[in-house]
Write a new protein. Structure first.
Ligand SMILES: NC(=O)c1ccc[n+]([C@@H]2O[C@H](COP(=O)([O-])OP(=O)(O)OC[C@H]3O[C@@H](n4cnc5c(N)ncnc54)[C@H](OP(=O)(O)O)[C@@H]3O)[C@@H](O)[C@H]2O)c1
Length: 252
């Protein structure tokens, strides 16, 4: 994508990867609007980065999505980049009883949220001279972490959706890019300094470089083997990956 001269809406801009991307695009001179539920953090990011604006949004609420989409189209007619980044990652046990409320919350936030928001903005994006939709999936879309089964499944579904959407938009001015992060040291799990987690600033730097290309997927080299896993041998691969996590648990 062209990383300058855009009007960008980023969900989940109150912390972690979303805030990092918002600030990186802001530094490049783009108009950046961030969204999240925590008003205090929206104000904090805006105050720290004059020019960034914040909008309260619960991405799990379809009515809120419609309200915010209408406001965006009205107040930011040049809006041409949507970054679907907001997400949650609760742990679960697919080998036991699954909490239905939690599962619905994951699907509403991580899968239906991006689908609904994109749907609400797509005709507006098509009217722009150039536009980009970015979906933040996860390396876990390709190799599920067994202790976050519903999260991993939702991210695999979002990856699949992005593939279909890219094809459907092939003859338009709207391109679709996917960011599939490795484990990045944010509040998503618990910021821990674990050496297996990539520091946020390094991840943002690499991701901005990847987004500046025409790559459909932006993946850091450190997880290339995990991304390339799907295939008929994936059962053993996934088993081995999860055995290694069980042997050296993620701090939660
Ligand atoms: N960190 C990793 O290791 C990693 C790896 C792969 C993929 N990812 C993906 O990267 C994205 C960002 O995660 P992160 O690591 O930056 O974690 P984070 O610091 O916890 O950020 C999550 C963001 O999502 C927003 N959010 C959550 N639920 C929301 C809701 N219902 N409505 C609106 N906003 C909501 C939060 O804002 P509010 O709380 O203010 O609403 C927050 O800004 C997620 O989609 C995650 O799945 C992260």
């Amino acid at each position: 994508m062209q990383t300058t001269d855009n009007t960008i809406f980023i969900t989940g801009g109150t912390s972690g990867i979303g805030r990092g991307l918002a600030e990186a695009f802001h530094k490049l001179g783009n108009k950046v609007i961030i969204a999240g539920r925590r008003k205090k953090l929206l104000d904090e990011v805006a105050a720290a980065n004059p020019g960034i604006e914040g909008i309260e949004l619960d991405i799990a609420d379809p009515a809120d999505i419609d309200r915010v989409a209408a406001r965006l189209i009205r107040d930011y007619p040049s809006l041409n980049v949507l970054i679907n980044n907001a997400g949650i990652m609760p742990f679960d046990d697919a080998g036991g009883r699954i909490d239905d409320t939690q599962s619905r919350s994951i699907i509403d936030t991580n899968l239906l949220g991006p689908i609904r928001l994109t749907s609400a903005l797509i005709e507006h994006l098509k009217r722009q001279p150039r536009a980009t939709i970015i979906h933040n999936t996860s390396v876990l879309a390709y190799v599920p972490l067994a202790s976050t089964a519903v999260y991993s499944a939702a991210k695999a579904a979002l990856h699949s959706y992005a593939l279909s959407q890219r094809f459907q938009l092939r003859n338009t001015n709207v391109t679709v890019q996917e960011i599939a992060p490795p484990w990045v040291d944010t509040d998503l799990i618990r910021k821990s300094g674990d050496p297996r987690a990539m520091p946020l600033d390094i991840f943002i730097e690499k991701t901005m470089a990847g987004l500046a290309t025409d790559a459909e997927e932006v993946i850091v080299d450190e997880i290339r083997a995990l991304r390339d896993n799907p295939g008929s041998g994936e059962h053993a691969f996934v088993h081995g990956f999860n055995e290694s996590v069980v042997a050296n648990p993620i701090p939660v």
